[in-house]
Design a protein around this ligand. Sequence first.
Ligand code: SGN
Ligand code: CA
Length: 524
Amino acid sequence: MKTNQLFLLTGLAAVALPACVQKDKKEVPEKPMNILYIMCDDHSYQTISAYDHRFIETPNIDRIANEGVRFTNSFVANSLSGPSRACLLTGKHSHKNGFTDNTKRFDGSQQTFPKLLQQAGYQTAIVGKWHLTSDPTGFDYWNILTGQGDYYNPYFIDNGEKKQIEGYATNITTDLALDWLDNKRDKDKPFCLLLHHKAPHRTWMPDTCDLDLYDDIVYPIPETFYDKYEGRIAASEQEMNIIKDMDFVYDLKMADKENEIHTTTGLEANGRALYNRMTPAQKAAWDKHYDPIIKKFKEQKLTGKALAEWKYQQYMHDYLRVIHSVDRNVGRVLDYMEKNGLLENTIIVYTSDQGFYMGEHGWFDKRFMYEESFRTPMLVRFPGGVKGDIPEMVQNIDHAATFLQLAGAPVPEDIQGDSYLPLLKGEKPKDWRTSLYYHYYEYPAEHAVKRHYGVRTDRYKLMHFYNDIDVWELYDLQNDPQEMHNIYNEPGNESLIDSLKTELHKLQKQYDDPIESELANAKK
Ligand code: SGN
Ligand code: CA
């Protein structure tokens, strides 16, 4: 047995032993395992080379997978930032933690895993994007971005005190995390650090040093970029289409000095304001990159397909430059961990608050239960654990139970997620979930994605869009991985639909989601 395996096994066993039983001193670890949870905002698995090499190489993020595991079936419970963060903290679905959409305020008096870790003797900290409106609770240290946070010269709230910090958000968030690890924490206690980047959330503003990256690359247009959404009403009524909804000034940075470019989405002024909050040095670097692009854009007067594909390329370039900076900063953190001997006693998770569309179906943004946004990347470096791919379905409600189990703390009955610790140790629990539940609520709202819930099995996905419509969709993910053919109304699928509805109702009962009885009552 390798030393680190021994360390892990005895670490867990030590927790279960009565206090009077003495183990051989050498075998008992000094401290339970630390937890470093790195979460980006809107980082698609398509743009992590551990998952996909088409767009970018992310060697530092990949290092977590190379020295650990890659979850190949990782999902969220509700594909939106605030709800996803509330699911993470509570280990419960949205209807249970109360944070169903981004307009809500998190009830910080409820049970969360950081509070339970504190009780178990951990030091807890969160740095970066929080997005839950109420002040964080259950953290010994918190230094969070205001709201969505800004890429340039962002405001942070440092344990209640608002401060503006000059620089670029991803670098600053990393600096704050490293400063806490190095100087601010109690090094006699195990730690749990949530490092939450704002990047690569809209409007995908790269760091000044990354602006010219990938200039010569032309990214492949996704097969479904010109999707016409046949048979998919909710998909046809969304407002997150690159061609139709992406703003030239706000999203694509065409804020020209001559003030000749104007847009009608209502976002133009915001786009100009983002530029105006930069320092003169930041503006100079920005202008050096964007001014020639703006000039060419004005001269070319592109239309139709050429304009659509110009938008796609511009979007992808900026998004990927932002990812490059995330990757570099993940590297800084891993280097720190290594230099300070922390790698062998820390679980490191890399994930996102949901997936994101890189032009699939013509989209940016998320929210839908379709694969690109329902899935989220998840890489875990767990000392002493297995290496390679883990195919079991995991969901963001699972982190809470996992971290508590790892800490040797009891996992309260009302936590709905399951600990994936056995999976990390190479066990194959016989009763591991074979289906997933999803529920999205934010409608009417920005991007106009209708409310829906659904069930996904290994092969099929059944979704119900409700509120101002009553539409079901069914996909065979094996034959139609891109979810272009809704087969719900095709004859011959009746018994499949029946069995999926049975599974859906089983999950709604298990998680105690009252939606179907609410819809039935509303019809009466
Ligand atoms: C902002 C963005 C939206 C995005 C939501 C939710 N608009 O409102 O494009 O869908 O956040 O994202 S913006 O004009 O403010 O950029 S989330 O990840 O925080 O849930
Ligand atoms: Ca997000």
